[in-house]
Design a protein around this ligand. Structure first.
Ligand code: SAM
Length: 254
């Protein structure tokens, strides 16, 4: 695999370290690698609707782009997709491989840089990515995505969104669980969406977690469920409020 300068190396070192820390848990409790599909689909409010945007995947060639721990890849393989999953972190790929074995599915795992993919043109029917594009140069990644997606294919990405000034302040200043960040990642902004619109004929954006972003610091319960219901109504009636959401789901059609 070719190396690219600094950001690539620091991203890889960061994610390899995270994977190493996780691997101690799995060595003690291999059963923890079993994927509870409902728990995964509902661990964040955008995952279930975003995966649904891929449509029926049985028999399709699906790429999990920056697969990390490989949970989505396992879910997609269980749904009958032929899944290729890549990541730059060998540590995460090894965890994804063990997860696939424990869950009895086949994944083609590849170590690669999302900015220069080692795949032929137009080989994937669908592409899935969660929390990954905002680590990359969007122009390089977008062009590679377009190249490997077949005409008529669909890519769905869930990414942190960076237009809410209060949230940006909280991300910078407040301590909270699971806050570890790499040096170069930045929540997506309109500039990156415009870049994708230059590459793809169709780009759709939907915001998730407006009031219910308090889930990030509160345990899910009645309050968070009520806020999620408010979000559904507010975002349907006033779509402009999407700009203040915590995450967006981008659907790209080639
Ligand atoms: C926040 S994690 C998300 C992982 C996974 N998609 C998930 O849903 O949990 C970001 C992932 O992007 C990967 N990544 C970062 N930069 C990358 C690059 N240039 N090429 C491929 N993968 C990259 C990291 O190794 C890490 O696994």
């Amino acid at each position: 695999m070719e190396t690219t300068p600094d950001p690539f190396l620091s991203e890889r070192a960061f994610h390899d370290l995270q994977a190493r820390q996780r691997s101690a848990t799995f060595a003690e409790r291999p059963g923890a690698l079993a994927v509870d599909e409902s728990a995964y689909l509902d661990h964040e409010t955008w995952i279930r609707p975003a995966l649904a945007r891929l449509g029926e995947v049985r028999g399709l060639r699906v790429l999990d782009y920056g697969c990390g721990h490989g949970m989505a890849a396992v879910v997609l393989a269980r749904r009958g997709a032929r899944v290729t999953a890549f990541d730059l972190s060998a540590g995460y790929l090894s965890e994804a491989g063990r997860r696939a074995a424990v869950n009895g599915v086949r994944l083609d795992l590849v170590q690669a840089d999302g900015q220069r993919l080692p795949f032929a043109d137009a080989v994937f029917d669908r592409v899935w990515g969660n929390a990954v594009l905002h680590h990359l140069d969007i122009n390089l990644a977008g062009r590679e995505l377009f190249r490997v997606l077949r005409p008529g294919g669909v890519a769905v990405f869930c990414e942190p969104w960076g237009l809410n000034p209060l949230l940006s302040w909280a991300r910078r200043r407040l301590p909270y669980r699971g806050k570890q960040r790499t040096r170069d990642e930045e929540p997506l902004r309109l500039r990156q969406v415009r870049t994708l619109e230059h590459i793809f004929p169709e780009v759709e954006l939907r915001g998730y977690q407006l009031l219910s972003m308090v889930r990030r610091v509160l345990r899910p319960g009645r309050l968070t469920a009520a806020l999620e219901r408010c979000d559904t109504v507010l975002l349907r009636r006033l779509p402009r409020l999407q700009r203040f959401c915590r995450y967006v789901v981008l659907t790209l059609r080639r």
